[in-house]
Design a protein around this ligand. Structure first.
Ligand code: HEC
Length: 455
């Protein structure tokens, strides 16, 4: 869990959830067709949260995106415009769509909130005595399961009624998932086990997995019903990413790399891809037909990936972490962002061998910007011949409207200023992530390096 203090969003500047009509909230969903149409193959960001992104979830019904944040709010996005759901008294760890109209969230305030499009005030489900880390909705939408660090799993009848709590884990519960037929629940825990629960009798059936270290996240895949052979993937504190047979617990595949912990797992809706997010900021995309790594790339410059989900059509992987931004990466174009596949893997070189300016660029810019005329496709435009150039002028890059329409010219002064106060202040509305370089000397070295390298 992050311990950094984070800037709080200015609540006064945001639309207040309760003031909005139900239809404005969930009914009039302007479906954000991620990964299709205008957004196909495009890197994008969703900005507005004032703290780290703890969870991202995409509605199966509408394709809509919800983000849970350390800033105590849930963002419900229409395109790039958020509606803020304010009701938690602490960090929100998880958001989960129940159906087209309802959304559940859980947080550090031990609460589960259910937001209903027909009723602006969330229902508050109380009973946990520890943080709520994960939620799952049964396929028939009758039950909401909550994983809590109080060591229990809450089962909440969504039509109303008293909750029940499943006990058996020896430590906090981090993850829950229903089987496709809704009769079985799987849970992962800090105690290092994945357990199987019978929903009908509300009892533990058995332990499926014993991993020495705590389990942070689980995902089910494979069969469409329980009769078909399925798999369970889990990510653990010790960096283990393993896929096991749902019935026997036997390993099917293992993608444990030299990175720990594994913090997030997501599966696309067709079940052909699995994504992992880790403590080093990498996202690994795994082809689940052949069980091989398709892409492995560094998605954040620093800090972990806590939040991960695929867009409804599977074309985009949405990710979040320390930065208060949701990133959307086009899955089929990820090779272009792959550090290992890139033509200029500057950020893989030993920083000790570099001059300061180059080091600044390698660490803070090179993942998104090339310096050469043909920079290949990156998240940002190539900076080749950027000095003296009008902002938004490269033909081979799709700028935001803000940059397109800007009259700014890039000079030593404007680039220095860009990172002195940060792109979000210098050109509000640009797609460029928030970033400041506080040292004047570092900025000067960076600009000098850029002048030399972008001729
Ligand atoms: C995570 C990706 C990312 C990182 C890191 C990043 N940028 Fe950018 N940058 C972008 C994007 C995206 C744009 C296009 C913005 C838009 O269209 O609104 C951009 C635009 C720019 C532009 C304007 C280019 C033009 O043609 O108008 C400059 C200059 C720039 N970045 C410099 C830098 C420097 C210097 C760094 C490192 C200190 C950096 N960027 C780090 C993504 C990034």
């Amino acid at each position: 869990m992050p311990v950094e203090t984070t800037q709080r969003r200015d609540a006064a500047a945001r639309p207040w959830f309760r003031a909005r009509s139900a239809s404005a909230l969930l009914g009039s969903i302007a479906v954000f067709a991620l990964g299709s149409g205008a957004h196909a193959g495009e890197f994008f960001t969703l900005k507005g949260h004032g703290g780290p992104i703890m969870d991202i979830t995409v509605s199966r019904e509408s394709g809509r995106v919800a983000s849970a944040s350390f800033d105590n709010s849930v963002g419900l996005w229409s395109g790039r415009t958020p509606v803020w759901l304010e009701g938690h008294d602490a960090a929100v760890n998880v958001a989960e769509f129940i159906d087209g109209n309802r959304l559940a969230s859980g947080g550090d305030d031990f609460s589960v909130l259910v937001w209903d499009g027909t009723n602006g005030t969330p229902a508050r489900l109380k009973g946990h005595t520890g943080k709520v880390m994960e939620l799952a909705v049964s396929p028939d939408k009758a039950l909401l399961a909550s994983a809590s660090w109080d060591g229990t799993i809450g089962l909440w009848p969504l039509a109303g009624g008293e909750p029940e709590f499943l006990t058996g884990h020896r430590a906090g519960v981090s993850a829950v998932a229903f089987s496709p037929d809704g009769r079985t629940l799987y849970s992962g825990s800090v105690d290092g086990t994945v357990r199987i629960w019978d929903i009908g009798s509300r009892t533990e059936k058995r332990v499926l997995v014993r991993n020495g270290f705590g389990i942070n996240t689980i995902v089910l895949g494979g069969g469409t019903d329980n009769a078909a052979a399925g798999w369970l993937a889990y990510g653990a504190v010790d960096g283990v990413t393993r896929i096991v047979d749902l019935k026997t617990g036997e390993p099917i595949s293992d993608f444990t790399l030299d990175r720990r912990p594994i913090l997030a797992l997501a599966r696309d809706r067709t079940g052909t891809r699995l994504a992992t997010g880790d403590g080093h900021g990498f996202i690994t995309i795994i082809d689940t037909q052949e069980w091989r790594i398709e892409h492995d790339f560094r998605a954040t410059l620093d800090g972990p990936i806590w939040a991960l989900d695929f867009s409804r059509d599977g074309g985009t992987i949405l990710a979040g972490g320390i930065a208060s931004i949701v990133y959307g990466w086009p899955v089929d174009d990820l090779a272009e962002f792959d550090p290992l596949a890139g033509s200029d893997p500057a950020f893989l070189r030993d920083p000790a061998e570099m001059e300061n300016g180059e080091r600044q660029f390698a660490r803070k810019c090179s993942i998104c910007h090339a310096l050469t005329a043909d920079g290949g496709r990156r998240a940002g435009p190539t900076l080749f011949q950027v000095f003296g150039r009008k902002a938004g002028a490269r033909q081979d890059y799709q700028y935001s409207r803000t940059l397109d329409e800007s009259d700014l010219v890039w000079t030593e002064e404007t680039i220095d200023r860009l990172f002195e106060i940060g792109p979000d202040h210098f050109i509000p509305g640009s797609k460029m992530p928030m970033q400041q370089i506080t040292g004047a000397g570092d900025r000067k070295d960076l600009v000098d390096f850029l002048k030399e390298m972008t001729q």
